[in-house]
Ligand binder design. Structure first.
Ligand SMILES: [Zn+2]
Ligand SMILES: [Zn+2]
Length: 342
């Protein structure tokens, strides 16, 4: 079968290879992959960026996939051939207190599909059966591959951000997670503004606009002007930082209104310094949101199935054989969410 494999430790040492299809081991299910999204973390692994040294080649990348169960290994119950499923991207040990609470993404023994074991940029993939989520009947299987990024966004907006109707919400960073955060905040009837910078001008901000999200390009005018135009003098109540820029996080902490909340869902390559007393005196809530768990997936797939949310404006589809070109489109910011189809 074909698979997109990171075969070396150097930047760009990855490509489509012919490899033997996997066999499902004990507790595993073999999936025929319907589609697999390219995530920012896949691009980091592809580029061998700092912080991704733990991704050990050879490995088939991809954790945002959906598929149909082809066969199951021994010791599998509740999953059968023909089931339409999505796999939870970060799986816990299933034994510790955090896993028992459902916070598997925080488990010390967690395993990341497509980064610490073979993932879904392939014709077939074998995954732990206990981490499979059923896809609702009326949801197209390819679209269900968006379950993971939408679950990450849903956790940031709903669980960690507790965004409510009528609130003013800024989302910084119009990558797929940012656009989905903005869509979800809007579906909660919040007043939303999605901010981006120069490199987002070509594809990302226009894609968000097509999805009906009000945007602000910070290379056109200062942030304060955009905020005043959208929200008046009161400032945003919630700020979701998904760009991974420490400068954007610094702006968020300073610009959110007193008593407001900053939700940090980006990943950062730099340290930052800030003056805590200022945030204490303004009672800023600073919370972090990491990945997602089973409950977040179920909510995300439900939102997609209900038609509440139309991801079409942000999608581009590529055959798996063109994976290298698709990575390049994502890396250059020309594709918001690229789906690879085997
Ligand atoms: Zn992802
Ligand atoms: Zn655990």
């Amino acid at each position: 079968m074909r698979a997109f494999v990171k075969f070396g430790t150097q930047a760009g040492e990855a490509g489509v290879r012919e490899i033997a299809p996997p066999e499902p081991g004990p507790g595993e299910a073999l999936l025929r992959v319907a589609a697999c999204g390219i995530c920012g973390s896949d691009v980091h692994a592809f580029n061998a960026d700092p912080g991704f040294e733990w991704v050990k080649p050879p490995i088939t990348l991809g954790h945002e996939f959906s598929g149909t169960v082809e066969s199951v290994g021994s010791d599998v119950s509740g999953v059968e051939p023909g089931d339409r499923v999505v796999a939870v991207a970060i799986q816990g040990c299933g034994l510790c207190d955090l896993c028992a609470e459902g916070s598997t993404q925080l488990c010390a023994e967690r395993v990341a599909l497509g980064l610490s074991r073979d993932g879904g940029m392939a014709g077939y993939t074998s995954v732990p059966a206990k981490g499979l989520v059923p896809v609702p009947e009326d949801l197209d299987l390819k679209t269900a591959a968006l379950g993971e990024p939408l679950a990450v966004a849903g956790r940031a907006v709903g669980v960690r951000g507790e965004v409510r109707e009528g609130q003013s919400v800024v989302v910084s960073g119009p990558g797929p997670i940012g656009v989905m955060c903005a869509m979800l905040a809007r579906s909660r009837r919040a007043e939303v503004l999605l901010t981006g910078v120069g490199p987002d001008t070509e594809a990302r901000l226009p894609a968000a606009e097509r999805a009906g999200i009000p945007t602000a390009n910070l290379s056109d005018a200062p942030l304060e002007d955009h905020l005043r135009r959208r929200f008046g003098e009161r400032g945003p109540e919630v700020w979701i930082e998904s760009s991974g820029s420490v400068r954007a996080l610094d702006s968020a902490i300073k610009a959110v209104r007193p008593g407001g909340r900053v939700v940090v869902v980006g990943l950062y390559a730099q340290k930052m310094a800030f003056f805590p007393t200022d945030s204490v005196r303004r009672e800023i809530g600073l919370v972090f949101s990491y990945s997602c768990n089973l409950a977040d997936y179920t909510a995300a797939l439900g939102a997609l199935a209900s038609g509440d949310l139309d991801p079409a404006p942000m999608l581009s589809e590529f055959p798996l054989t063109d994976a290298s070109a698709a990575f390049e489109e994502v890396r250059r910011g020309r594709a918001v969410k690229a789906l690879l189809v085997p």
